[in-house]
Design a protein around this ligand. Structure first.
Ligand code: HEC
Ligand code: HEC
Length: 376
């Protein structure tokens, strides 16, 4: 585990043994090309079935999985807000606020590591963090099992999906993960159709943008492969977000993250910035490194970055054009780009071709509790 974390950390610098290829003036490393998205990876111990998808969908919208019965996954991952909250910094469990941007759940199934700092390694364990974490669901697994056992329709559905005599908490996680693998996944993306041979699927300007992305702008150094991410971690020097600067609850949550991740007291008491990958590896070089996000479905998922500091993609492109932000740990892969307005426009049009149909799901009607029959 430890070794894996260290490897992941080094990955960002060494970039698949490409260190020798990184030169001061034109940083380059061999990377996989961008391409169409394949089928969702399915873990062997949690195959996708219709019954699990139907159950997972209900659970995703069910507030009874949270401590006070008032907060569901969909409250922070609303399908009509790009499966996020649409705010720079996410809300939190009542009485708290999160300190990071609520990530989209769209295509979450393709990531080997989840969260902005890569703190979670599967959709199942991520769902557990979301349900029990005190900033999100603040739920108690035993209490959740009791609640579900008193909802006859759930008892029937857990039996059908997993053979449970009584709903089991680990199966709650599996059902939610299955729903995430089956439903919030890119559909009908024009870039994918283009890469599969439909020449007219994207405009000439988007094609030019793709060449800039791969060439002059060098985005492909970190945003590559079918998910348009290297799944690695980089420090791009993202500026602070005022929302965070003005919100005591977000600051409390950030210090709590430091504390619960074992950052020494003198440092966490003063914590004023998100350390990203550092929470997992505790390596100084990993401070401020975040997982490269996919660039799919950006049309729906503003604002952008781990702290939601950029409202629109134009701001993001200007940020990269300046060579990223200001941070002593900033990646050597970022340099000023000198893009013309026309090149920026083309880049934007290319990014737009990476979004597909909007995936909307109406909140389902949830099954009711029933009073236990009296024992005779
Ligand atoms: C209070 C708001 C909130 C609730 C409730 C919540 N989430 Fe999240 N979710 C977030 C935030 C914020 C992040 C980013 C957290 C981080 O990086 O530390 C996140 C991240 C995620 C990710 C990671 C995506 C990626 O690209 O790595 C997934 C998947 C996810 N949530 C699913 C869920 C599920 C499933 C539930 C319900 C069991 C849930 N969330 C409940 C706010 C919430
Ligand atoms: C050194 C690696 C690297 C390079 C080069 C790079 N990015 Fe990124 N990109 C990242 C990382 C890491 C993040 C997340 C940063 C954070 O939130 O702290 C990110 C975030 C983004 C986001 C926000 C996505 C979201 O969901 O919030 C967009 C859009 C983006 N990059 C586009 C680009 C474009 C366009 C280029 C080329 C001009 C580019 N990137 C070059 C690593 C890189």
């Amino acid at each position: 585990m430890r070794r894996m974390a260290v490897l992941a950390a080094c990955g960002a610098i060494m970039a698949a043994q490409g260190l020798a290829e990184i030169q001061e003036s034109t940083p380059k490393r061999s990377v996989p090309d961008i391409g169409p998205l394949g089928a969702v990876p399915e873990p062997p111990d949690n195959r996708i079935t219709e019954a699990k998808v139907a159950l997972g969908k209900l659970l995703f919208f069910d507030k009874r999985l949270s401590g006070d019965g008032q907060f569901s996954c969909a409250d922070c991952h609303a399908p009509n807000k790009g499966w996020g909250t649409g705010e720079g910094i996410s809300k939190g469990y009542p009485g708290t606020r999160h300190w990071r941007n609520s990530q989209t759940v769209l295509n979450g199934a393709y990531y080997p590591k989840l969260f902005w700092g890569g703190e979670s390694t599967s959709l199942e364990s991520q769902a557990d963090s979301a349900i029990t974490g005190n900033l999100a669901g603040n739920g108690d697994p035993e209490m959740i099992e009791e609640r579900l056992a008193q909802i006859p329709e759930y008892v029937r559905m857990f039996k059908e999906s997993f053979g449970d005599e009584r709903p089991k908490y680990p199966h709650v996680l599996k059902a939610i993960a299955t729903f995430e693998r089956a439903v919030p996944v890119s559909k009908n993306v024009s870039f994918d159709r283009y890469r599969k041979g439909e020449k007219g699927a994207i405009s000439e300007r988007a094609k030019r943008g793709m060449e800039i992305f791969r060439g002059k702008a060098n985005c492909i150094q970190c945003h590559n492969g079918p998910m348009i991410t290297d799944f690695s971690f980089h420090n791009t020097g993202i500026p602070k977000n005022e929302l965070f600067e003005k919100d005591p609850h977000a600051q409390i949550a950030l210090r709590f993250q430091h504390y619960s991740r074992g950052v020494p007291e003198p440092e966490y008491r003063k914590a004023d910035r998100d350390l990203g990958l550092y929470y997992t590896t505790q390596l100084p070089a990993d401070r401020g490194r975040f997982r490269t996000p996919s660039l799919r479905e950006l049309r729906y998922t503003a604002p952008y970055m781990h702290n939601g500091v950029f409202e629109v993609l134009e701001e993001v492109i200007d940020f990269y054009d300046r060579g990223g932000g200001d941070d002593p740990n900033k990646s050597p892969l970022l340099k000023p780009l000198n893009l013309s307005d026309e090149e920026k426009e083309a880049l934007l049009e290319f990014l737009d071709s990476l979004s597909g149909d909007e995936i909307l799901v109406d909140p389902p009607k949830l099954p009711d509790y029933a009073v236990m029959p009296e024992k005779k």
